[in-house]
Write a protein that binds this ligand. Structure first.
Ligand code: GDP
Length: 206
């Protein structure tokens, strides 16, 4: 059984490699948590906030890497995987189809995947792709943590309303957690780190 890591205020993570598809992913010997989300929902900002390092997600935004799966080693164990953002306006149709293929393959067949973080904009939850991912995680019983990001754009009571509505809409989901989050302010960060440490500690792939 792996040791419980003390809760930290940031996850120390360093870039490992990029892969265009499942076949070229690194060896599946460590637990992984994947980050998904529509382009512009704030996935890069969330990763930077989590790691306390503005360069973390810059790696994934480097030209040539935006359509790749980007892997980061977490110092305390396991990996974070930044999936390409969905719905990137400048990507052509062929690139979008390729995106879907590589992300779907990864999500469906990666044996060491311990959980998925879906970054959404709290003002626009339930967009097409988000709903599909939530349904898929329910059907496959893949643990999912949905971040209602950009919470700072709403009043506290509107945040609570959004959180409540989201929980109510998905109360049948077997393994869903939801957090109001602000990558700008760091709101929700400690709860997310705790969730990630729990997932990455799973010794299923030790
Ligand atoms: P990505 O395309 O999903 O990686 O999104 P980015 O991280 O690049 O963020 C897109 C835009 O949203 C940028 O202008 C960010 O500064 C902004 N943003 C991201 N997170 C937050 C947040 O929590 N609050 C606010 N107000 N803006 C945010």
């Amino acid at each position: 059984m792996a040791q419980k890591e003390p809760l930290t205020e940031r996850l120390d993570a360093t870039f490992l490699t990029s892969a265009p598809d499942l076949r070229r992913c690194p060896k599946d010997d460590l637990a992984e948590v994947a980050f998904a989300g529509r382009s512009n929902a704030g996935k890069s900002s969330v990763l930077n906030q989590l790691t306390g390092n503005r360069r973390t997600a810059k790696v994934s935004k480097t030209p040539g890497r935006t359509q790749l799966l980007n892997f980061f080693d977490v110092r305390t164990g396991g990996r974070l995987v930044d999936l390409p953002g969905y719905g990137y306006a400048k990507a052509g149709r062929a690139a979008q189809i390729q995106w879907q293929q590589s992300v779907n393959d990864y999500l469906s067949h990666r044996d060491n995947l311990a959980g998925v973080v879906l970054v959404t904009d709290i003002r626009h939850t339930h967009q097409a792709y988000d709903t599909e991912l939530i349904q898929w995680s329910a059907a496959s019983e893949m643990p999912l943590c949905v971040l209602l990001n950009k919470a700072d754009k709403l009043s506290k009571s509107a945040q609570n309303q959004a959180l409540f509505a989201f929980q109510k809409a998905h109360k049948q989901h077997p393994c869903l957690s939801v957090l109001c989050f602000s990558a700008l302010r760091g709101t929700g960060k400690l709860a997310l780190i705790e969730q990630l440490q729990n997932w990455l500690r799973t010794d299923q792939c030790a």
